[in-house]
Write a protein that binds this ligand. Structure first.
Ligand SMILES: [Zn+2]
Ligand SMILES: [Zn+2]
Length: 345
């Protein structure tokens, strides 16, 4: 798991060398969320859980979308007892429609019509329209193809598997909202943290050199990102990345949790790769989108494997907080890794 692309790998060194300055970034150093701190800061943690970043940009919008999907866009569970094309295709069409709406809408708003200009845009460059790395030399078209052909398919397959299991009563627990309303909501709040833990370790595995070359390099062709880059991955990466959903086999859940978990992992990848930190209105953020922490990963590759919700990178020594000191530390770590074993220290 420790193998990473070598310093000689052009995908790792070229973008950083050419584009060192950011057009915009949040205040640095990036700070860890106050939920996982020692000594604990319970008030700060509660404030974070009720913040625009967490409640306002994850739980409320994705929770509402999951409930609406369950009520109006989900085939009745009785229909899901057997794997049949009709209900699976209905879910596939819904997921494709949601992805087109979210990633397509964000792309048109921010990158095509530039409705927010450069406000809170991390990278000054436009998305690539002339590179042999991408299908038809077009980054967005290429990203759309991987997202729609593989991403939406794997996403739907996991969801369909769970709906089939619920319909056949195969899962050990079914969490009813009317019987356990508090636990129902607590589970919703815990999903991003579980997904965060899972993402860090799966992502490090994807940077293991053989797997990086076969699968994850495809996502990393996007050294600058837009909404369609989020789920633009190799099918192997889709299978691994979205496997965080399997926790619900062992953890009491409702189909709404399945929809929330998957929609946040897929549509949320479109928002987190938007290239802009937030949707702003009159200079104030009204919806938090892009993650500068992950934007740093796309530029520098061997840091920030996790997401900002849990400080795994800090705990395991792979953090880049955006400062020159962190950059120097990253370069030192790379030199150490390249130094032959038994060489001078
Ligand atoms: Zn990414
Ligand atoms: Zn990566």
């Amino acid at each position: 798991m420790s193998d990473r692309p070598t310093a000689g790998d052009p995908s790792r060194t070229a973008p950083a060398a050419r584009h060192d300055a950011w057009a915009w970034h949040p205040p640095l150093p990036l700070r860890p969320v106050p939920v996982f701190m020692w000594p604990p800061r319970p008030l700060a943690a509660l404030r974070y859980l009720a913040s625009l970043t967490f409640l306002g940009s994850i739980i409320a919008p994705f929770g509402t979308l999951a409930v609406l999907s369950w009520l109006y866009l989900q085939p009745a569970l009785e229909r899901c007892a057997e794997f049949r094309a009709d209900w699976i295709l209905q879910m596939y069409a819904r997921n494709m429609g949601l992805m087109l709406l979210v990633a397509g809408g964000l792309h048109l708003y921010f990158h095509t019509f530039r409705r927010q200009g450069a406000e809170r845009k991390f990278d000054s460059r436009d998305l690539n329209t002339n590179s042999r790395k991408f299908f038809a030399r077009d980054q967005v078209l290429d990203n759309m193809l991987w997202t729609c052909a593989s991403g939406v398919t794997v996403w739907t397959a996991y969801e369909a598997g769970f709906m089939w299991a619920y319909a056949n009563d195969l899962l050990p627990f079914y969490l009813r909202m009317d019987e356990h309303p508090v636990w129902f909501v607590v589970t919703l709040f815990m999903i991003p943290f579980w997904a965060s833990l899972h993402f860090y370790f799966v992502h490090r595995f994807l940077h293991w050199r053989p797997l990086y070359r076969i699968a994850h390099a495809l996502h990393h062709r996007n050294d600058n990102v837009g909404p369609w880059s989020g789920l633009s991955m190799h099918p192997i990466e889709h299978l691994l990345y979205l496997s965080s959903i399997l926790i619900h086999v062992a953890f009491a859940s409702h189909p709404i949790h399945i929809l929330f978990h998957m929609q946040w992992n897929t549509l949320g990848a479109a928002t987190s790769h938007a290239g802009f930190e937030a949707l702003a209105f009159r200079g104030r953020p009204i919806l938090m989108l892009g993650s500068f922490h992950h934007q740093l990963h796309h530029r520098y590759y061997d840091c920030n494997y996790g997401n900002p919700f849990m400080p795994w990178d800090r705990w395991l020594g792979t953090d880049h907080d955006g400062t020159p000191r962190a950059m120097a530390e990253l370069r030192r770590r790379r030199r150490d890794e390249l130094r032959p074993a038994g060489g001078h220290t």
